[in-house]
Design a protein around this ligand. Structure first.
Ligand SMILES: [Zn+2]
Length: 581
C-alpha cells in the first residue's frame, strides 16, 4: 500500500501493484476450441431468424470449417456431434456500440448522469468538477487525466501529463470486455474506445480484440492529443487522405487489408472537414470521406437531431448511408415534444436516416439511466427502421444482451401501454403497436449484423454464412417448462442460460466455460491494471490540484466504494423518505 494516500480497505484497491506489469498471455491452450472439420449441433429448437430457412421445433445445424452448410431436421454427416436437445440454437447476439476500454471502470459512475448543455436544467448547468458526472469522472479524470478549465479554455486546471491508462490497461480492458461478452452470448461487438492517445494505445486495443476471438468492428476513435506539449506522445487520429503511414490509413494497411477476418475496421468519423493531426490545418475532405477511403464503417454518436441535419447538409458525406450507424439517436424530434413516438411526432433527422439507408443503435439502459433523452424506439420504428441494441458503457451498466433486450421490450411497451388510459393521456394520442419478443431478438441479431456491415456473414443461421451461434439451455430451473421460444429468451433467460458459443465455427464457450482461457489470471490482472490507473490519478499532477468531489471521500480522487460513487442526484422535490419496518 502506497504511503500518504487516503486509500482504505486494502483488498480491492492496491496501489502497490503500480510497479507490476501483467503478463499478456492468458491462453491456456492456443488450439483450444479447434475441432474437426465438421460440427453437427443436433436436436435443438432452431431459431434461424431467416425466413427462407425457417425455424424448427427440432432440427440440426451442420457447420463445416467457419461456415454453416445446412440447417434442417435429421441431418446426416460425418461430424463431431454436439447434443442440443433441450436447447435453443440461434444466431449469436450482436451489439453495435460499446466503449470497451471502460471495462476497467466498471460500476465507477453507477449513479452518475451524463452532462448535456440544457440551460433550463439547473441540476446540471455545466460539466464542471466537483459535479461528479460521467463527463468529469470518466472522460476527464480516468481517461485523459486532464481536466479543462471552463474559465480559460485550452488551459487545464489539472493535468497528469499523460493518460492514467497505459497501453497494457487498454489491452486488458478490450480482452476482458470481449471475453465477458462471449460468456453472455454476444458474438460481435463494435468497440468505440476513445483511447487512441498514441499509436501504441491503438495497437494495444486492436491486439486485445484480435486475441479475444470475438468478432468485432474496431471503430477508431479519438484520444487525448498531447503531441504539442509532449513529442514522445505522437497523435495520429484520424489520419490523412492518401497516407497509409499513420492514423486510419496505417490501421487499414497494417491490420485490415483482408475482410476475411474476425476484426474489421470502423471509425468514429467527423462529418465535418478533417483537421490534420500533424499540421492542424483544416482539410478539403470530411471524416466520413476519410473513413470511406480506407474502407471503414462509420459509427458515430448523434445525440440530437440538429447533428443529423448537419451531417446531411454536407454534400461530401453522400446520400448512401448504408455504411453509417448513428448511436444514441435521442432528441431527434423537430418540435419540443415528449418523444413517446406517436404518429404526430415528426422528425427530419429520422427521415434522413431512413431515406439514406443508415442504421440506428439504441443503448436503452444507459440512455434511460444517464438522461440522454428517451430511447427512441418508437420514432425509429415509425420511420421504418429496426434499431440495433448496444450497451454503450460498463462504467455504469451491464453489456448483458438479455438485459438490453428486456430494456428495449419493456420500455417501448410501457410508453405505449400508458397511452391506453385516459387518466394518463387525456388528449387521446394514438397508441403505437407493441413490440414483440421476436422483434427485439431481431434487434439484437439481424439489425446488429446490418449495422456492423456484416449481414452477409452473420446475424441469421443461413447456409453460407459464418457459424456465429449461441446454444441456450432452456431446460433449466428459471425457464422450464417452456411454452414460447422468443418469450423465453427475452422475458426469462439470463447469462446462465448461455451453454455454448461458437464464433466462425470455433467453439469459444462450452458448457458455461470459456475455452482455453485462464480467467482467474485475467481477473487478477484487470484488478491490478485498475490499481495502476488509480495510483497514477493519485500521483502528482503537472498542473493544479484535483479538488475533492462530491462523492470522492479523499483528496485526491478515489472512487467512493461503499456509497453512491457518481453524481448523487439528490431528490429535492420529494420529502425525505422514512424506512418503515
Ligand atoms: Zn457511446
Amino acid at each position: 500500500m502506497a504511503a500518504g494516500t487516503a486509500i482504505t480497505g486494502a483488498g480491492f484497491f492496491d496501489t502497490a501493484s503500480a510497479a507490476g506489469s501483467p503478463s499478456n498471455d492468458y491462453k491456456t491452450d492456443a488450439r483450444a476450441g479447434s475441432v474437426g472439420p465438421r460440427i453437427l449441433l443436433k436436436g435443438g429448437i432452431v431459431l434461424s431468424l431467416d425466413k427462407k430457412v425457417g425455424d424448427f421445433e427440432k432440427a440440426d445445424v451442420l457447420i463445416e470449417g467457419k461456415k454453416i452448410v445446412a440447417v434442417g431436421p435429421n441431418l446426416k454427416a460425418d461430424a463431431q456431434v454436439i447434443d442440443c436437445s433441450g436447447t435453443i440454437v440461434m444466431p449469436g447476439f450482436i451489439s453495435t456500440h460499446h466503449h470497451q476500454y471502460e471495462v476497467l471502470l466498471r460500476s465507477l459512475t453507477t449513479d452518475a448522469i451524463h452532462v448535456r448543455p440544457i440551460p433550463a436544467d439547473e441540476e446540471q448547468p455545466k460539466a464542471v468538477w466537483p459535479l461528479e458526472t460521467y463527463t468529469t469522472v470518466v472522460q476527464e479524470i480516468w481517461t485523459p487525466g486532464r481536466m479543462p478549465n471552463p474559465a480559460a479554455p485550452g488551459t487545464p486546471i489539472w493535468d497528469l501529463g499523460r493518460p492514467p491508462y497505459d497501453p497494457e490497461a487498454c489491452y486488458l480492458a478490450e480482452l476482458v470486455a470481449s471475453l465477458s461478452q462471449i460468456t453472455q452470448g454476444i458474438t460481435t461487438s463494435t468497440d468505440t474506445s476513445q483511447s487512441s492517445h498514441t499509436p501504441e494505445y491503438t495497437d494495444a486495443m486492436i491486439k486485445g480484440l484480435f486475441d479475444s476471438g470475438q468478432r468485432a468492428v474496431f471503430a477508431y476513435s479519438p484520444g487525448t492529443d498531447r503531441s504539442a506539449q509532449f513529442p514522445d506522445q505522437p497523435y495520429e487520429w484520424p489520419g490523412r487522405s492518401g497516407d497509409a503511414s499513420f492514423g486510419l490509413g496505417r490501421l487499414a494497411k497494417t491490420y485490415f487489408s483482408s475482410r476475411d477476418q474476425l476484426v474489421t475496421l470502423g471509425a468514429w468519423a467527423d462529418w465535418k472537414p478533417v483537421v490534420d493531426p500533424k499540421t492542424r490545418q483544416t482539410q478539403n475532405y470530411t471524416g466520413w470521406q476519410l473513413a470511406r477511403e480506407f474502407g471503414a464503417l462509420i459509427n458515430n454518436h448523434a445525440a440530437h437531431g440538429q447533428m443529423v441535419r448537419d451531417m446531411a447538409a454536407e454534400p461530401r458525406n453522400g446520400t448512401d448511408w448504408s455504411d453509417v450507424t448513428l448511436v444514441h439517436c435521442n432528441l431527434w424530434q423537430d418540435e419540443p415534444v415528449a418523444q413517446i413516438g406517436v404518429n404526430n411526432v415528426k422528425s427530419r433527422a429520422w427521415q434522413i436516416l431512413s431515406e439514406r439507408g443508415g442504421h440506428a443503435s439504441i443503448a436503452p439502459l444507459i440512455e434511460m439511466q444517464m438522461r440522454h433523452g428517451m430511447p427512441p424506439f418508437q420514432l425509429c420504428l415509425n420511420y421504418g427502421i429496426l434499431p440495433s441494441l448496444s450497451p454503450d458503457i460498463e462504467a455504469n451498466m451491464t453489456a448483458n444482451p438479455f438485459s438490453l433486450m428486456r430494456g428495449a421490450y419493456t420500455l417501448q411497451r410501457a410508453l405505449a401501454n400508458d397511452l391506453v388510459y385516459p387518466l394518463s393521456d387525456p388528449n387521446r394520442l394514438p397508441v403505437p403497436q407493441l413490440v414483440s419478443s421476436r422483434q427485439v431478438i431481431e434487434m439484437m441479431t439481424i439489425a446488429g449484423a446490418a449495422g456492423s456491415g456484416l449481414l452477409d456473414k452473420v446475424g441469421t443461421l443461413t447456409p453460407g454464412k459464418e457459424a456465429d451461434i449461441v446454444v441456450l439451455d432452456a431446460n433449466t430451473i428459471n425457464t422450464a417448462p417452456m411454452n414460447n421460444v422468443p418469450g423465453t429468451i427475452v422475458t426469462l433467460m439470463e447469462s446462465r442460460n448461455v451453454r455454448d458459443v461458437l464464433i466462425a465455427g470455433k467453439i469459444v464457450y462450452r458448457q458455461g466455460k470459456l475455452v482455453g482461457w485462464d480467467v482467474d489470471k485475467l481477473v487478477r490482472d484487470i484488478n491490478r491494471a485498475r490499481d495502476r490507473v488509480l495510483a497514477r490519478i493519485n500521483g502528482p499532477a503537472l498542473v493544479g490540484k484535483l479538488p475533492q468531489g462530491l462523492n470522492s471521500k479523499s483528496n485526491p480522487y478515489r472512487p467512493n466504494f461503499m456509497d453512491s460513487n457518481g453524481y448523487k442526484g439528490q431528490n429535492t422535490t420529494a420529502p425525505e423518505y422514512v424506512l418503515r419496518p
